[in-house]
Design a protein around this ligand. Structure first.
Ligand code: NAI
Length: 287
């Protein structure tokens, strides 16, 4: 049995994952703005520091895993807060928890992305690349130029693209995969939680209801918690930097031919060429 940190543990999918972990006999350190073991506001640097300190104090030097589910939906006028919670509320916490995760055998990290990453148009690539460089102010300025009606959904999608890319870029590196930590992303489509309910009742409800879902139903917190539990289990020992889409088919409907796509020759980094050569024993583990 291990100790897991779960952000966003007070509601929706985070709460469902925390319940499943507790039922399986694990210790859970829940982090949430709205009350849990650790009450912290991940939209501010001070709140993130407080969360890190409190979790570190409770973890006893080792974490078996981390589930980063705290997130803010596409609310109008809250672009900066959305980015701070959805991106920095993941990356700053994970960087701080890395030594605790590395102290465990094959620790698992599951980050909540969103299928908005592949279904939202007009997300400025420049905003996403600024987020990749940690320039939240610059990215927020660019996002706000999309105008009041669009900037909320665009901020949401940009924050989730940036956090997904962060996981994919870092997840295969020596200090993560090489240190035994498996970092993967779950990408839900619309799942019936307070977050989705507020969108269905809000000003954009018509657009939300028109969102195409091939299986013609919303997801449930229980379904998503089951996927996360699998991604925390030994079944995920052979996964790193993967994005698992659980969205009733929307991503495939909208992007069927976008991937898989052969890697262009110029993008094949030297490290991959090294892996293509017949590896000697232990070579892949060292790269
Ligand atoms: P939810 O609204 O039920 O739960 C989110 C939790 O995050 C809440 O307990 C909330 O208090 C916490 N939170 C929000 N801002 C915070 C802050 N500043 N500091 C600390 N905690 C904060 O949402 P849901 O639907 O369970 O979402 C979980 C994750 O899944 C989120 O990252 C969301 O973006 C993502 N997601 C949700 C989808 C959906 O349809 N419900 C679809 C795709 C992704």
């Amino acid at each position: 049995m291990g100790t897991y940190v779960v952000t966003g543990a007070a509601s929706g999918m985070g709460a469902a994952v925390a319940d499943s972990l507790r039922q399986a006999g694990h210790d859970v350190i829940g982090v949430d703005r709205d009350g849990d073991d650790v009450i912290a506001d991940l939209s501010t640097a001070a709140g993130r520091r407080a969360a890190i300190e409190a979790v570190t104090a409770r973890a006893g030097g080792v974490l078996a895993g981390a589930v980063l589910a705290a997130g803010l939906g596409p609310a109008r006028g809250r672009e900066r807060t959305i980015v701070e919670v959805n991106l920095l509320g993941v990356t700053e916490l994970l960087e701080a928890f890395r030594p605790l995760l590395a102290a465990s055998d094959k620790a698992k990290v599951v980050v909540f992305g969103s299928n908005s990453t592949t279904a939202t148009p007009l997300v400025p690539a420049r905003a996403v690349s600024r987020l990749g460089r940690g320039d939240v102010d610059g990215a927020t300025r660019i996002i706000r130029r999309r105008g009041a009606a669009l900037s909320g959904p665009v901020a949401y999608a940009a924050s989730k693209i940036a956090v997904t890319r962060w996981c994919r870029v870092h997840g295969t590196r020596a200090e993560w995969a090489g240190a035994g930590i498996r970092v993967n992303v779950i990408t839900p489509g619309p799942v019936m939680t307070p977050l989705l309910r507020s969108q269905l009742e809000g000003a954009t409800s018509k657009n939300v209801r028109a969102f195409p879902i091939p299986v013609r139903e919303y997801g449930t917190t229980d379904q998503l918690a089951q996927w996360v539990m699998l991604m925390l289990s030994p079944a995920a020992d052979f996964m790193a930097g993967s994005v698992i889409t659980v969205d009733g088919g929307t991503e495939a409907l909208l992007r069927a031919r976008d991937w898989p796509r052969a890697v262009p020759l110029r993008a094949v980094p030297r490290v991959l060429w090294r892996m293509y050569r017949a590896p000697k024993e232990g070579q892949i583990a060292r790269y």
